[in-house]
Design a protein around this ligand. Structure first.
Ligand code: NAI
Length: 342
């Protein structure tokens, strides 16, 4: 017997939330957009025009009370994730939350504890790179031992310079580049290396945008890690790529290396003209990871149907936040942090 689609509410309709809302409404047959919630009048107006008849709420409390949902998908500002997750779990819902899980270790720990009290509710964190076909391929090759023992994990997340206005506007919510950007690379490192970092040092600065210093941050930052399995890690997060959106990862092993996205090209087209030979680059996270954003919500819905835990758990969210905040502290205090002891 065909089951009715899962009724999922979308919370936050900004740069990413609108795409998730459209996915729930139109891209996945197994879900329906039950309601939307945003505190911005312009978002509510957009939703009225885009999803006629779908109830809109300017308050999360009112949405939980009135929308009759199976689940919520949270794309609200990062500091709101933990309190909204806890509220939704207590309302008996399944929850998909965007990364990072939270902006403090304590709030993430509270979510892990609350989640344990609701074993029937699926709680999944949006580390969508785990659903990207290239990263899945690399994961499978490493698991099959194709590159031997991992020596170095190197990963870059650099936003296009053209997106700087959005990044500056989001600064009060971001809790730093390591938590906002490099947290994806941190999750990948844990997932691919199957190990936790033991030590972290960090460096960086404000090379183009002094506004980041007001938040104890840099516009470009880097961290060097050593994992418990002795693999080295190098993370770079920046905001000033002139060419586009660059997410690049390399894993060097004892018998081979794997690279993803070394040239952040949009497609396979090469343009040969008076300027030479050019490839166009992806310009945004949505362009590069569109399929992964859809597939992660499909996986979330499938976990609800199958009554099984998700690929990316609250504990993964907690660990990534712990590591990102340790890197931020290493950057601010200019010292090496030993994880688990400081
Ligand atoms: P944004 O600032 O563009 O949008 C935030 C949205 O949340 C706005 O619609 C705002 O009105 C709404 N909002 C604010 N307070 C609210 C409340 N109390 N209740 C309900 N809605 C509220 O932010 P953006 O860039 O869309 O980021 C949102 C989240 O998504 C962040 O946590 C960010 O880290 C994450 N994100 C993840 C990405 C990924 O690659 N997985 C990419 C971009 C963002």
């Amino acid at each position: 017997m065909t089951q009715p689609p899962l009724r999922i509410g979308a919370v936050g309709l900004g740069r990413l939330g609108r795409f998730h809302a459209e996915t729930l409404a139109h891209r996945l047959p197994q879900t329906t957009l039950a309601a939307i919630c945003s505190v911005e009048g312009s978002d509510l107006q957009w939703a009225r025009e885009t999803f006629p008849g779908t109830p809109g709420f300017s308050s999360f409390d009112a949405m939980l009370e009135n929308a009759g949902m199976d689940a919520v998908a949270l794309s609200s500002p990062s500091p709101l994730h933990c309190p909204q997750i806890i509220q939704a779990l207590r309302a008996g819902l399944h929850v998909f939350s965007e990364k990072p899980l939270g902006t403090t270790v304590e709030s993430c720990q509270e979510v892990v504890e609350e989640s344990a009290r609701h074993p029937r509710s699926v709680l999944m964190i949006g580390f969508m790179r785990r659903f990207d076909p290239s990263y899945i391929d690399v994961k499978q090759r490493m698991a099959a031992g194709e590159i031997g023992r991992p020596i170095l994990f190197r990963s870059y997340s650099v936003d296009p310079a053209s997106a700087i206005d959005g990044a500056l506007a989001y600064l009060p919510h971001s809790a730093g580049q390591f938590l906002d950007m490099a947290v994806h690379d941190i999750d990948l490192a844990r997932w691919l290396l199957q190990s936790e970092p033991a030590t972290i040092t960090a460096a960086g600065g404000c090379y183009a945008h002094p506004e980041f210093a007001d938040y104890g941050d840099g516009d470009n930052v880097a961290a060097f890690l050593q994992f418990q399995n002795e693999a080295m890690g190098f993370l770079f997060a920046g905001r000033t790529a002139a060419h586009g959106y660059q997410v690049e990862t390399e894993i060097i092993g004892t018998t081979g290396s794997l690279r993803i996205g070394a040239v952040p090209q949009r497609n396979l087209v090469e343009i040969l003209d008076g300027d030479g030979v050019r490839r166009l680059c992806s310009q945004s996270f949505l362009e590069r990871f569109e399929k992964a954003y859809v597939d992660e919500l499909a996986a979330f819905a499938q976990c609800i149907r199958d009554e099984r835990p998700p690929e990316v758990t609250a504990v993964d969210g907690l660990r990534a936040t712990e590591i990102a905040l340790a890197a931020h502290r290493a950057f601010q205090e200019k010292r090496m942090i030993t994880l688990g002891t400081s």
